[in-house]
Write a protein that binds this ligand. Structure first.
Ligand SMILES: O=C(O)CCC(=O)C(=O)O
Length: 258
């Protein structure tokens, strides 16, 4: 059951830090014993994933998308009430959240490069930007293995455009003024630590300079009241969603937060 998943609530200080900065680090978010179970499952799924490299994203990390749709442990984590409460509090002014996507990510030494700096929101078919991603380290992730870096306060600068669409379209190339903002420090994460970033926060990661893979689980939450805009997006194109109606579809479950 989701309620049994050993995950803690966020603190008031963490909520305040996120609102100011657009990102936050959450130490020991998930119990380390449980993270070991999740890591072993993640490695099995990632070993079985298709290895095609068709996009710039594929060059930065491998993925096993929608993992919570088929694996009960990851579903229970994504729907754990402490995470629902966290997303509602961090996003401010939302009454509830839905899951947009869950994912397992692997950044292999040598095989993958850096994750170019980007915003998540510019691709999304939602009519509002209240959205965040929780990035949970499933192994120890020292900074030089590729923990995320964030441009602090960039979430206050609106929608800055798509990256991963053309060569040289990372956010720093498109918007050199971002360098005036503070870059978050290199973060050494232990397995079970997480970072959270707003969908408007510019973020990226260095390549993995260690000799073992960087492995993480991500879940993206968005305002449960957001309306579908009809913007073309592979995940939603064929779901039969109605423009100007909420995302009332089993792929976007509302997360308990009582
Ligand atoms: O893990 C990475 O390198 C990038 C992940 C990312 O951009 C995201 O989860 O929004």
């Amino acid at each position: 059951m989701a309620d049994d998943t050993p995950v803690r609530d966020v603190t008031d200080d963490e909520v305040a830090f996120f609102r100011d900065n657009g990102w936050v680090r959450l130490p020991r978010l998930v119990d380390s014993g449980h993270v070991t179970v999740l890591r072993d499952r993640a490695l099995d799924y990632l070993a079985a994933r298709p290895r095609t490299v068709t996009s710039q994203v594929d060059q930065a990390f491998g993925q096993s998308r929608d993992i919570a749709e088929t694996d009960g442990r990851f579903r229970d984590l994504a729907l754990a009430p402490p995470l629902g409460r966290a997303a509602v509090r961090l996003l401010h002014g939302v009454a509830g959240v839905r899951v947009q996507v869950t994912n397992l990510l692997i950044k292999e030494p040598g095989g993958h490069g850096a994750t170019e700096f980007h915003q998540d929101f510019p691709w999304m078919p939602m009519d509002r930007s209240a959205m965040l991603t929780l990035w949970l380290a499933l192994v120890d992730v020292p900074a030089d293995m590729g923990s995320l870096r964030f441009y602090t306060g960039s979430h206050r600068h609106g929608v800055l455009g798509r990256s991963f669409a053309r060569d040289g379209d990372d956010q720093l190339s498109q918007h050199p003024w971002l360098k005036e903002l503070e870059l978050s420090p290199p973060l050494d994460l232990a397995a079970g630590d997480a970072t959270v970033h707003h969908a408007l926060t510019v973020h990226g990661a260095p390549a993995n300079h260690r000799d073992t893979p960087r492995v993480s689980f991500t879940v993206t939450y968005f305002d449960a009241d957001a309306l579908y805009t009809g913007t073309p997006y592979r995940q939603t194109d064929d779901l039969g969603l109605t423009v100007n109606r909420p995302f009332g579809h089993p792929k976007f479950p509302v997360v308990p937060h009582a």
